[in-house]
Write a protein that binds this ligand. Structure first.
Ligand code: GLA
Length: 744
């Protein structure tokens, strides 16, 4: 259904205003329209007038029609809702083009405002047209009745006689009123993803960007939180959150100029990516998701989590299986007996799925390390004489599901595939490809439809031949190197970064159309694909190749700013940890892994009986709390980045009848004083019975089995002993608690 508003007629506009906007009766300017984009708790108000620009008036908590009508839409209150380059080139712009006649000015005016329904969602579209050229840009705003997130994106349609070149093409723009405004963003590196960085916004430009080509969340992240009332707090203060949902290179800019606003721009990274639109062609940008909360950072996170689970993440509302992944247990040493043993072991602990990682494939070149065989996706029967079916039978015998690792976007120069198809990899014609992981890894050119077919067929063959495969770990371990495509024309070499991801989307759409039920994990050298752009096709992502429980407290904390636990692969691994060589207690490792999508990344045969029993118990307990952990509301309480010696957060069921409280010590000093933590998100009037999970202490905690009101727990909190009451030889410097709270 599409409602069209003809702005040339004030009468029509008034009739439509109930559905679309609160009409301004101010005599000046004559036909100004206030466009209200609303979610249950938030409002975005724009001001449009046919024949002139589109202004931004307001973004924040929900406004009444009277408040919208009273909003000032004159003079300084009018800021562009999406600045186009050309007439005021001294300011930053959201979009810049070169028209077919060489003109670089975009003189865009509102032509039409419409509202369409897409299922439950509503899309408000402001169509803008250049005054001098037949170039159209549609600014879209999509909302859902049950989520406080506004999705915004643009579509540019070239009606000109020749090529239009997009030189900058942001998904969205938001002016943020200055004050004591702080930015929280994520930064990191391989095995050190999603660290929170917090800073006041000052004059100049803050740029957060990615140029990897294929993976976009190891270093910076394409999401930010902006706290409007001073230093960011978890459960208080007004916060705007922005998440660019894209699989490729992005750029977020926050420009603080001489005006009263910080200006947020977000979109595809335009560097080396000028995009030519032929006559009649259009270009749609990825979505920028915006949220607003007056319940602090945690409130903004809850908005993203809910929107993500309900509307973005593949099967976001379903519970995830508890798995054992083979990587850190055996690395490339895949063989039938080893896999069978691991399957038996995880089944014995109550796990539900086994995932065979890298090393299972290869013909002429066996995949014994990372330098060969990508592209040769045939099972290596020297290692697995009974093939995948043998493993699937074994899994079935153990009553668990089976998953498998693949890396479809890549090949090695040492592979049968590359020997046959050197023309299908990314490289500039005439240049030898640059080599990545293992000294031989190269990236397939997904801008090429032939590569798209090969990739789809590879996955299709695997899943058709082995329909019992339940889970795929989809990896991507190389950046795009040496810019160039052997497929794209010489005029369109700058399309590579964008067309790679258009190709990726086509492949994933085809896979999902045929295989909606297979769980697919996005992995990319660990946490390189933690972005909402991937999640419509992927059920989860691997947070990091670093499985050290202490560092995971930090990385999972940062990741949770935008992503819910249901998508965070979080595994119990061995000590000394393989990345940091730290020795944490098994309890600590379990208690951290239990706050995400629980799994194991370990060789069970190296575990003691006691450790196996502890994991078996933890898995059984996790099954009890899984709905709350994976589908509940997150309240972060004490940040590890505040360096107070501990970190704490909780998950609360939407009906507030159940909650899980996590507390992890992050350092140990004798005589140290740690803050007592007030809980959050509970019903003050309900009585909650406390049960400790993964208990190792010889004596129960004093409050075990006792009931407390939500009010008491939130105002006062419970005392956490600084260490565990265990036999002397079991003592160590890591303490943690997981408490289950159940309303009586
Ligand atoms: C990447 C992943 C790991 C593992 C290896 C296999 O590094 O992040 O989890 O799958 O590849 O080669």
């Amino acid at each position: 259904m599409k409602t069209q508003i003809n702005l040339s007629s004030k009468k029509t506009a008034i009739a439509a205003s109930l559905a679309l906007c609160a009409l301004a009766y101010a005599p000046e300017p004559a036909y100004a329209e206030k466009i209200h984009v609303s979610t249950p708790a938030t409002s975005l108000v724009l001001d449009g007038e046919k024949g002139s620009g589109l202004s931004f008036l307001y973004y924040g908590s929900a406004l009444s029609p009277a408040e919208i009508e009273a909003l000032d839409n004159t003079g300084a209150a009018q800021r562009s809702a999406y600045p186009f380059y050309g007439n005021f080139p001294e300011h930053e712009s959201a979009m810049a083009v070169t028209h077919s006649d060489g003109d670089m000015i975009m003189d865009m005016a509102v032509e039409d405002i419409s509202r369409t329904k897409s299922g439950d969602a509503e899309i408000t579209t402001v169509t803008m047209r250049d005054k001098f050229h037949p170039l159209t840009v549609k600014l879209n705003y999509k909302t859902y009745p049950d989520a406080d997130v506004i999705e915004t994106w643009t579509e540019t349609i070239n009606g000109e006689k020749g090529n239009v070149t997009l030189r900058q093409y942001n998904s969205g723009y938001l002016p943020i009123r200055r004050g004591d405004v702080w930015l929280s963003s994520l930064y990191g590196s391989w095995a050190n993803e999603a660290n929170v960085e917090t800073e006041p916004l000052t004059h100049g430009m803050k740029v957060i960007k990615n140029k990897d080509g294929g993976r976009n969340s190891h270093t910076a992240h394409g999401e930010v939180m902006v706290s409007l009332d001073g230093k960011p707090r978890e459960n208080e203060g007004r916060v705007i959150g922005a998440a660019l949902a894209y699989t490729g290179n992005y750029k977020l800019r926050i420009d603080t100029d001489e005006s009263d606003y910080h200006q947020l721009f977000a979109g595809i990274n335009e560097e080396n990516s000028a995009y030519n639109l032929k006559k009649g062609e259009s270009f749609t940008t990825p979505v920028l998701a915006l949220t607003y909360s007056d319940e602090g950072l945690s409130g903004a996170s809850r908005n993203f989590h809910k929107w993500g689970r309900e509307h973005v993440i593949h099967n976001g509302k379903e519970l995830r299986k508890i798995l054992l992944n083979s990587w850190e247990g055996v690395y490339f040493d895949i063989n039938e007996e080893g896999m069978a043993n691991m399957m038996k072991d995880i089944a014995g602990m109550g796990g539900e799925l086994f995932v065979m990682d890298d090393g299972w494939f290869g013909g002429k070149y066996p995949r014994n390390n990372d330098s060969t065989s990508l592209g040769d996706w045939t099972v290596d029967t020297r290692k697995l004489p009974n093939g995948i079916n043998g493993l699937l039978d074994e899994a079935e015998k153990n009553g668990i599901k089976f998953g498998i690792w693949i890396e479809p976007e890549m090949t090695n120069t040492k592979s049968e595939f590359y020997e046959k198809h050197p023309e299908l990899v990314i490289t500039s014609p005439g240049h030898e490809p640059m080599l990545g992981r293992g000294g031989t890894q190269v990236v397939l050119d997904l801008s090429n439809p032939k590569v798209q077919d090969i990739m789809f067929n590879m996955v299709d063959t695997l899943l058709t031949k082995y329909p019992r495969i339940d889970y795929i770990k989809w990896d991507a371990n190389a950046p795009i190197m040496n810019h160039g495509s052997q497929y794209l024309t010489k005029d369109n070499q700058s399309h590579l970064y964008v067309d790679y991801h258009k190709g990726f989307a086509k492949v994933m759409d085809r896979i999902r159309a045929k295989y909606p039920d297979v769980t697919i994990q996005a992995c990319a050298s660990g946490g390189g694909r933690a972005n909402y752009g991937f999640l419509p096709w992927f059920d989860e992502f691997w947070v990091s190749d670093n499985t050290d429980a202490l560092q995971r407290v930090y990385m999972q904390w940062g990741t949770s700013y935008f992503f819910p636990p249901v998508v965070m692969g979080s595994h119990i691994s061995a000590v000394p940890n393989h990345q940091t060589f730290r020795k944490t207690s098994l309890k600590y490792r379990i208690d951290v892994a239990m706050s995400g999508r629980l799994g194991m990344e370990i060789q069970p045969k190296n575990m003691t009986e006691e450790e196996i029993a502890q994991c078996r118990k933890a898995i059984a307990e996790y099954k009890e709390i899984r709905p709350v952990v994976q589908q509940g509301d997150m309240y972060r309480l004490l940040s590890p980045f505040d360096k107070k010696g501990a970190a704490s957060m909780m998950m609360v069921a939407p009906d507030k009848n159940e909650a899980v409280f996590y507390w992890w010590k992050t350092e140990t000093f004798h005589g140290q004083q740690l803050p007592r933590i007030g809980m959050a998100g509970l019903d003050p009037d309900k009585n909650y019975v406390v049960t400790e999970l993964d208990r190792i202490d010889n004596e129960p905690l004093p409050y075990e089995g006792k009931a407390f009101t939500g009010k008491f727990l939130m105002e006062h909190g419970l005392e956490m002993p600084l260490d565990h009451n265990v036999d002397y030889h079991k003592r160590n410097d890591y303490a943690s608690r997981v408490l289950r709270l159940q309303a009586k």
